[in-house]
Design a protein around this ligand. Structure first.
Ligand SMILES: *[C@@H]1O[C@H](CO)[C@@H](O)[C@H](O)[C@H]1NC(C)=O
Ligand SMILES: *[C@@H]1O[C@H](CO)[C@@H](O)[C@H](O)[C@H]1NC(C)=O
Ligand SMILES: *[C@@H]1O[C@H](CO)[C@@H](O)[C@H](O)[C@H]1NC(C)=O
Ligand SMILES: *[C@@H]1O[C@H](CO)[C@@H](O)[C@H](O)[C@H]1NC(C)=O
Length: 390
C-alpha cells in the first residue's frame, strides 16, 4: 500500500516536472503579454484606414456598438477588435487617421479593398484599394522610423501617443488579407484557372512582406486564412456564372474551392516561414472553418438566413443591391433618400452588408479561434508567441 502510494506520488511528481518542461518549451505555459498589435489587411480588419482617406463609411455602420460610423464596415466590432480586447490592448487606430489617433499600443495599416498583390486598376474603377500589402509594409517602416524619432526628440504628449521602441519586437503582428486578391481576378472576368494560376505569386509576395516585417523587428505573427467567399452575396452576384453551382446552404462551390486552395497554400507558406525564422512565432488561423460553421449552422446558432444581408436595399434573394450599398442614398425629386437601411435586429444576422459580417457574427468567429482550436500550431491567441519551430 505504502509503496504503491509512493509510486503514484513519484508518478505525479514526474508528470509535474514533465509539465513544467512542456511549459518552458512550446505548447503550454503562461500568456505572452503582447504590449501592442500591428495589423495588416483589408476591410475584414479595417478600423478606419479607407474612411480616413477616401470618404467615411456612412451610417448605419457602427450603430450597434460605437453608436456612430467609426470607419468599420460593420454594425459594431470586427474580429480584430475582439482580438485587441482579449489582449488588453485598446482598439487600434488606423495609421492613416491623423485625427485623435493613439498609437501607443499599436497601429492598423489595413484598408478596405486591400489585396496582397497590387491592382492594375484604380479604386474609382474597380473598388479595390491602392493600399496593397506592400504599401502597408512601407507605411509600417515609416511608422517605426518616424514614431521613434518623434518619441525621442519631440517627447511631451507624443510619448503617450507612440509606442516604446521595445514594443516592435514584443508586439503581435496580425494579418487578414487575400479575399480581394481572389475576387479581383474574378471581377476582372478571369477564369478559375487564371485565378488559381496566380496564387503562387500571392504567396511569394506575402513571404516578402513577412520578411520585411521580420527584418524591422517583428517576431510574433498571427495570420488568418480567408473566409468562404462563395457565401458572400456580393461575390455571388458579381459573377453569376461562378456563383451558379451552389452547395446545400446556397454558397458558391467554385469560389469556396478557390478560397480553400488559397488557404492550403497560405498554411504551407506559414509553416515554411516558421522553419526559415526559428526566432519568430507564426500561427496560421483557419478562419474559413469558423465562418463556414456559422453559415452552415446559422439557424441552430440563433441566426436568421445567413445569406440575407442586414443592411441593404430590398433587391433579390439576398437583400443586396450592388448599386445601393449599406447606407446608400438615391436622389428622389431633388432630395437624398437613404435606401440602404439596417434590418431590425443585426444581432440575428450573419451578413451585415453583403460583403462583411455583423458584430454578432464576428464575435462568433472570434470565439471559435481565440483558444487555438483552429490554429496551426494549436496555440491560443494569448500564447501565440509560442508558435515557434520545434
Ligand atoms: C497587372 O498587370 C501585370 C502586367 O500586365 C500582370 O502581370 C499582373 O498579373 C496584373 N495584376 C493583376 C492583379 O491583375
Ligand atoms: C528608416 O531608417 C533606416 C535606418 O535609419 C533607413 O535605412 C530606412 O531607409 C528608413 N526608412 C524609411 C521608410 O524612412
Ligand atoms: C493613449 O493610450 C495609452 C494606453 O494605450 C494611454 O495610457 C494614454 O493616456 C493615451 N493617451 C491619450 C492622449 O489619449
Ligand atoms: C465582364 O463581363 C461582363 C459580361 O460579359 C461585362 O458586362 C463586364 O463589363 C466585364 N467586366 C470587366 C471588368 O471586363
Amino acid at each position: 500500500m505504502a509503496s504503491g502510494g509512493f509510486r503514484s506520488c513519484t508518478a505525479a511528481l514526474l508528470s509535474f516536472v514533465l509539465l513544467l518542461q512542456v511549459s518552458a518549451g512550446a505548447a503550454a505555459g503562461g500568456d505572452c503579454h503582447f504590449p501592442a498589435v500591428f495589423n495588416f489587411g483589408d476591410s475584414n480588419s479595417d478600423t478606419g484606414g479607407l474612411s480616413a482617406a477616401f470618404g467615411a463609411a456612412p451610417p448605419p455602420n457602427g450603430m450597434t456598438f460605437f453608436g456612430m460610423p467609426v470607419g468599420r464596415y460593420c454594425d459594431g466590432r470586427l474580429v480584430i477588435d475582439f482580438i485587441t480586447e482579449n489582449l488588453g490592448v485598446p482598439y487600434l487606430s488606423a495609421y492613416l487617421n491623423s485625427i485623435g489617433s493613439n498609437f501607443s499600443q499599436g497601429a492598423n495599416f489595413a484598408t478596405a479593398g486591400s489585396s496582397i498583390s497590387r491592382q492594375n486598376s484604380s479604386l474609382f474603377l474597380s473598388g479595390f484599394s491602392p493600399i496593397s500589402l506592400d504599401v502597408q509594409s512601407w507605411e509600417f517602416e515609416q511608422f517605426i522610423n518616424r514614431s521613434q524619432f518623434v518619441y525621442n526628440n519631440k517627447g511631451g504628449i507624443y510619448r503617450e501617443l507612440l509606442p516604446k521602441a521595445e514594443y516592435f519586437s514584443e508586439a503581435l503582428y496580425t494579418f487578414d488579407i487575400g479575399q480581394n486578391d481572389i475576387t479581383a481576378g474574378y471581377f476582372a472576368n478571369m477564369s478559375t484557372e487564371q485565378v488559381v494560376a496566380y496564387i503562387p505569386d500571392l504567396m511569394d509576395r506575402f513571404v516578402s512582406i513577412i520578411q520585411s516585417v521580420h527584418w524591422l523587428g517583428g517576431r510574433y505573427f498571427w495570420i488568418h486564412g480567408t473566409g468562404p467567399i462563395g457565401c458572400l452575396p456580393y461575390a455571388i452576384i458579381h459573377r453569376p456564372d461562378i456563383g451558379a453551382q451552389k452547395d446545400s446552404i446556397g454558397c458558391s462551390v467554385t469560389y469556396n474551392k478557390v478560397a480553400q486552395l488559397f488557404n492550403q497554400r497560405l498554411k504551407e507558406t506559414v509553416a515554411r516561414l516558421r522553419k526559415t525564422y526559428p526566432d519568430a512565432g507564426f500561427t496560421y488561423v483557419d478562419v474559413y472553418t469558423a465562418k463556414y460553421k456559422l453559415i452552415s449552422q446559422a439557424k441552430k446558432l440563433g441566426f436568421d438566413d445567413p445569406l440575407l444581408t442586414c443592411c441593404g436595399h430590398d433587391a433579390g434573394p439576398y437583400n443586396y443591391d450592388p448599386k445601393v450599398g449599406c447606407g446608400g442614398k438615391v436622389l428622389v425629386n431633388g432630395k437624398w433618400v437613404v435606401l440602404g437601411k439596417s434590418c431590425d435586429d443585426p444581432s440575428r444576422r450573419v451578413s451585415w452588408d453583403g460583403v462583411h459580417f455583423t458584430e454578432a457574427a464576428n464575435k462568433f468567429v472570434f470565439d471559435q479561434i481565440v483558444r487555438g482550436a483552429l490554429s496551426d500550431p494549436p496555440v491560443s491567441l494569448r500564447q501565440a508567441c509560442r508558435s515557434k519551430a520545434q
